[in-house]
Design a protein around this ligand. Structure first.
Ligand SMILES: Cc1cc2nc3c(=O)[nH]c(=O)nc-3n(C[C@H](O)[C@H](O)[C@H](O)COP(=O)(O)O)c2cc1C
Length: 357
């Protein structure tokens, strides 16, 4: 058993999950100066294979999924652990505190997490200023397969009424797209009332078109358009997944991120009382694995070879991640396994991946 697993089983399981998250993230940021070399050594990981997708060059196929670094405070420290890209956010147009605590729960028997964070974040203006400072107030240089790729994931502010959602997404896009290597429109978190209704094609089409226009306006000086993706829920019906795939092709989107967390609780082995105590929210981790793979396969069959598919949900092992690449994902992401497996996890997985076949 690794040191991290021992620490997890003895100390971390007794710590409030949100406090543990902040403590771990602080440690990651503090450890950044030594992380890259130490992690490669400790993980006994070789060099990962760089990947081309959406006109960008990624240091590896593995990235950190949205929701870990919501305010973009630790992109480079996280990348130093072995993530080839970090998707920051979800960032909303306005700052917001998120839902009352507790709002993050572990289900260790299932290697799963339930969260109803509710897009707690500092808002697009603050995050844009932070990213501008990180970039030295200059547009991002071309990705070269060495520097980490920065994804920015945007979502709707809770208090903004549904009929003003498009303007809210345009606000965050206008502020954040100039600093992003790629942009994701999140319409799939279960913790903002009404958000997932935006996945219906008749609402998604005008939203994505408006975000595309705004992103183009604020990045007109770039040689290439900033890649735009949409992130979808695993709880869509198969037909709805196909419909989003068709829309993504019709609108000339660059990719789809699949999937977000699920509101289902099927097939869990954790004690029912523990699942119930967690309450409402999105379930992530190992129980998502089968559906995330299924959604990837549905999308790949629907959209042909042009769109980049970013597969996320229940990836723990190199074999899990490789299975996604072999099923047609250009990139993979993880979140929950990083919590359960610890700081050496990204370097180990990234180094084990080979181009999909
Ligand atoms: C605590 C927590 C917060 C999350 N916050 C966000 C978020 O703000 N935006 C988003 O698009 N996804 C968010 N996610 C979903 C993850 O990005 C990912 O899609 C999901 O957890 C499935 O991957 P996993 O099984 O590897 O965790 C969050 C997940 C967790 C566990």
């Amino acid at each position: 058993m690794s040191l991290y697993h021992r620490l997890f089983d003895t100390v971390l399981v007794r710590t409030d999950p949100e406090q543990a998250h902040h403590a771990a993230f602080r440690a990651i940021r503090a450890g950044r100066p030594v992380a890259a070399r130490a992690v490669t050594h400790l993980a006994r990981a070789g060099d990962p294979v760089p990947v081309e997708a959406m006109g960008l060059r990624f240091p590896s196929a593995l990235g950190l999924a949205a929701g870990f670094d919501k305010d973009a405070v630790g992109v480079d420290a996280l990348a130093a652990l072995g993530f080839g890209h970090v998707e920051v956010g979800t960032v909303t147009g306005e700052p917001q505190p998120g839902n009352p605590r507790p709002r993050l729960f572990r289900l260790p028997d299932d290697r799963a997490v339930v969260n109803r964070m509710g897009f707690n974040n500092e808002g697009a203006e603050v995050v844009a200023r932070r990213l501008a400072a990180r970039a030295g107030h200059r547009p991002p240089p071309p990705t070269d397969g060495r520097r980490p790729v920065l994804g920015v994931n945007v979502g709707k502010t809770k208090v903004v009424p549904d009929d003003e959602a498009v303007a809210d997404y345009q606000k965050s896009t206008g502020l954040l797209a100039p600093w992003a290597d790629y942009l994701v429109v999140n319409v799939s978190s279960p913790n903002t009332p009404g958000l997932r209704d935006l996945q219906a094609v008749e609402r998604l089409e005008p939203l994505l078109s408006a975000v595309r226009r705004r992103a183009d306006e604020v990045t007109a000086h770039r040689a290439a358009r900033v890649p735009l993706l949409v992130k979808i829920a695993p709880d869509l019906s198969d037909d709805d997944v196909r419909a989003v795939g068709d829309l993504a092709v019709a609108l000339g989107l660059d990719g789809v991120v699949a999937t977000n967390t699920t509101t289902t609780r099927d097939g869990l082995t954790s004690p029912a009382a523990r699942v119930e105590a967690a309450g409402a929210g999105g379930l992530s981790g190992a129980p998502l694995r089968a559906r995330a793979l299924e959604v990837l396969r549905l999308l790949r069959a629907q959209v042909g070879d042009d769109l980049a598919l970013v597969s996320v949900g229940g990836i723990t092992t190199v074999a899990d991640a490789q299975e996604r690449l072999d099923a047609g994902a250009a990139l993979v992401q993880g979140w929950t396994a990083f919590v359960y497996e610890g700081p050496l996890w990204p370097a180990r997985v990234a180094a084990g991946l080979r181009p999909g076949g």
